[in-house]
Design a protein around this ligand. Sequence first.
Ligand SMILES: [Ca+2]
Ligand SMILES: [Ca+2]
Ligand SMILES: [Ca+2]
Ligand SMILES: [Ca+2]
Length: 445
Amino acid sequence: MAAVPTRNGEAGAVLRAALMDGRLRSAVLPAAALPAALLPATVLLSALLLGCGDERGLQVRLDVPEGAAPAQVCLTAHGAGELVFARSWPADEARGGTLTFVAGDRVDRRLRLSARLRRGGRRVADATAEESFAPAAERVVDLELARCHPRSAPPPEIVVGAVSGAERLAAGDLDGDGVDEVVASGPDGATVLGGEVLSSEPLRVSGLADLDGDCLPEVFGVSASGVVALPTGTLSARGEHVVVGDAGQGLGVGAGDADGLRWGLVDGVMRGLTGSPVRGLAIGDLNGDGVDDLLAVGEAGVSAFFGGPAGPTAAVGTAPTAWTGQSVALGDFDDDGALDAAVGGDGLVRVGRNRGDGLLEGRPTLDAPGVRALRAIDADGDCADDLVVLGEGEATLWLGAEDAALREGGALPGVLDAVAADLDGDGSRELVLLGADGEVRTWVP
Ligand SMILES: [Ca+2]
Ligand SMILES: [Ca+2]
Ligand SMILES: [Ca+2]
Ligand SMILES: [Ca+2]
C-alpha cells in the first residue's frame, strides 16, 4: 500500500500505524452501542484506496502546536447524530498526521470533527470543523489546534436552560460532538443543561477532565462523600478545592482545605504539600515546561508548586509575598502564551503577570468589593483572557490587555457564576452566565 500523505513523514507514519489496527474497511459504521475504545475500526487510512472507486471521503490533517508537553491529541467525529470515532495519540505522534474518513451507509453526508489537545486531562488547545464527504477525498479538512480561536462574528444569544438552586457552572464537550455542554451544580445535585441529571446529591462541580483517557471528559467535584468523578465514581482524594492535572508523574488530583494542600495520582495515595490552610486553588503550566503547576492561596499568602519528575514541589518567590486571598484564577490576560494569575480577597484583586518562567510580577490592583471567586474567561473573543470577578449577587468583568493591566469591562448584575463554552460549535468560546434565578445564558456585550 502506498504511503499516506503527511506533512512530516515520521510522525505521520506513526499515526497511520496506530490507526490501522489491521482493520481496513471503507465505511463509517454506526457506533451508538460501541464503547469509544472500539471506534477506530471506522476509519480507513489510505487516500489512494479512495481513488480506486467511487467512494466519497474526507481527509483530515492534524496541525498540532509544538511544545515541551506530555500532551494527548483526541480526535472525535460525529455523523448522523452519533459518535462514530474517538481516538487519542501522544501529541508528538499526531503532529502532521493525516486520516481519511470514508462515507458509509449510515453516515453518508457530513461529519463533525473535533480535535482536542489535552494536558493533564484538561483541554489546552482545540479545533472543530464540519464538512461534507466528497468524491475520492477531494475534500481536505485542516484541524489547526490552538489555545484560542478569535471570534469572527458576534457571539450567539443562547438561553441554555435553567436549573433552580444552582450555584456553579462548568463546561466541556461531554459527548465529543464539538459543541460544549454546560453543567450546573449545587445543593440539588449536578445537571447537564438540556441533558441528563449527573447526580441528585449535593455536589459542587470543580471542573472537567478526561480521567479515563477515552477522549470524553469526566465531571469532577466535591460531594459529602469526598471527591467524585462522574460518571466513573469516587476518587480517593478529600478536600474542598479540587483540581486535576499532570504535575509530572501522570494524571493527578490536588485537593486543598483548612488542613492544607495534598497531591496524589488519581486514586493513588495523597501526600501533603503544605499544612497551611488553602482557600483557593488553581492548576496550569506556570513555568512553561509543559508540566502542570499549582497555585494555592490562603491567609499565609500565595504558594506555588511546580510540577516535575518528583511531582509538585514548592517554588518559593513565585508571587509577591504580600499577597493573601481566598480565590485564585489562572488566565493569559495579555495573550503572550504564559498563564498569568489573579488572586482575590479583602475587597481587592491582585494581578500578576507571568514573565514566562512562572515568576509573577505585580500589576495594578483591582477594586473588588465582596469578591468571593474569580473566573478567567475570554469574554470578548480577542484571545486575551478576561477576568470575571464574582461578588455577592453581582459580578464585574475586567478585560485582558497588554502587559496584563486589566481594564474595566462593565457590571454583570445578578450573576452567580460564569464559564466559557463553545455552544454553537464555531470553535470560539462564549461567556456563559448563571443568573440568580437559575437561568443559564450567553452574555452578549
Ligand atoms: Ca457536546
Ligand atoms: Ca510547569
Ligand atoms: Ca500572559
Ligand atoms: Ca478577551
